[in-house]
Design a binder for this molecule. Structure first.
Ligand SMILES: NC(=O)c1ccc[n+]([C@@H]2O[C@H](COP(=O)([O-])OP(=O)(O)OC[C@H]3O[C@@H](n4cnc5c(N)ncnc54)[C@H](O)[C@@H]3O)[C@@H](O)[C@H]2O)c1
Length: 314
């Protein structure tokens, strides 16, 4: 297989929901002819409007980007000339397995097949595919919102070809993302494992009555959260020194939550119908205004971070 021409590759995104329309936006903005499809016609029709809104928020003229974004009602039409297909359908194993069987049957036999699953091992998604298609299957795990968070984890399975792994990385890099390579197909890859290790302990502290949920957020945002954009945990461990790191772990690890099932606190809240911001109560209480303010603050923060990233890499 010849290395794929990065700027000419035709991109198809399956699923135009929260993640899919933003992923399509990134490629169309980077100059790729981009096709979007969704099983729900209304979602598909609404996608260009969401993309235009995102671009306007970022100060980018939507017209030229939207011209490179085409909508297709059927999966077979959408993938027929794809160089790379990125699946962003709901997080259900059987659905993704079925989708990739259909994609592999309808897409060119050279197309890269990528899943945006959050935590499902890519190997499982591709277990029924033929060996030639399995060699073209990778994970591309984006973060929400995909047009504003730079990282994409590129995940290889034991069957992914070196060329597909490298090409996927290069295509994402050329599209302005910050790809990283995940060499083993573990559930949750890197970012979600780290993130949910923190959430497990945070929920456990609330459940044990050490503090309330609001205090957890304050502690993170007013302390190590402030350092995280410039100091990763490995840098931090080396900064304080590995002797101290080992002493801290000796005392702390025996007391940390190491449960392998979701916290009973989540079950208690869910049983009472407390699902988070959408129901006004989750781990914390939310009025609609407060929930909107969180979303607004996050979007403003990420847009500013994205702008400063563009300036510093120019
Ligand atoms: N939401 C996040 O923060 C986030 C972050 C990273 C990865 N992911 C992953 O991305 C994927 C999509 O998540 P989302 O949040 O965008 O979900 P979503 O529900 O917003 O969007 C999924 C879309 O897929 C469509 N769909 C369902 N069946 C389909 C089919 N057979 N063919 C084509 N389209 C179909 C749905 O109509 C829907 O519009 C999931 O695997 C999720 O785990 C989500």
């Amino acid at each position: 297989m010849k290395t794929r021409a990065r700027n000419e590759i035709q991109v198809t995104v399956i699923g135009a929901g929260l993640m899919g329309h933003g992923i399509a936006q990134v490629f169309a903005a980077a100059g790729h002819e981009t096709t979007l499809t969704d099983a729900d016609e209304a979602v598909l029709r609404a996608a260009p409007g969401h993309v235009a809104h995102n671009l306007a928020q970022m100060g980018i003229e939507p017209g030229p980007v939207l011209e490179r974004l085409r909508l297709r009602a059927t999966l077979a039409d959408a993938v027929s000339d794809a160089g790379i297909v990125i699946e962003a359908a709901p997080e259900r194993v059987e659905l993704k397995q079925r989708l990739f069987a259909d994609i592999a049957a309808a897409a060119p036999r050279s197309a890269i097949l990528a899943s945006n699953t959050s935590v499902i091992p890519i190997t499982r998604i591709g277990e029924a595919l033929d060996p030639q298609a399995r060699a073209r299957l990778v994970g591309t795990h984006w973060w929400n919102p995909p047009h504003l968070v730079p990282l994409v984890e590129v995940v290889r399975t034991a069957r992914t070809s070196d060329e597909v792994f490298e090409d996927t990385f290069d295509i994402l890099l050329a599209a302005g993302k910050h790809p990283v390579k995940v060499q083993k197909d573990v559930p949750g890859f890197i970012g979600n494992r780290l993130q949910h290790a923190l959430w497990r302990e945070a929920i456990s502290l609330v459940h044990r009555g050490v503090c309330d949920a609001r205090t957890i957020d304050e502690v993170v945002k007013q302390s190590f959260g402030m350092r995280l954009p410039v100091l990763g945990p490995m840098e931090n461990a080396d900064l304080v020194g590995l002797e101290l790191t080992r002493e801290v772990h000796r005392i702390l690890f025996p007391d940390l939550d190491d449960g392998d099932t979701p916290s009973p606190l989540l079950a208690e809240l869910l049983d009472r119908g407390h699902r988070g911001m959408r129901t006004g109560k989750g781990l914390r209480d939310w009025t609609p205004g407060q929930a909107d303010a969180v979303r607004e603050r996050l979007a403003r923060h990420l847009i500013a971070a994205q702008a400063s990233r563009r300036t510093s890499t120019n």
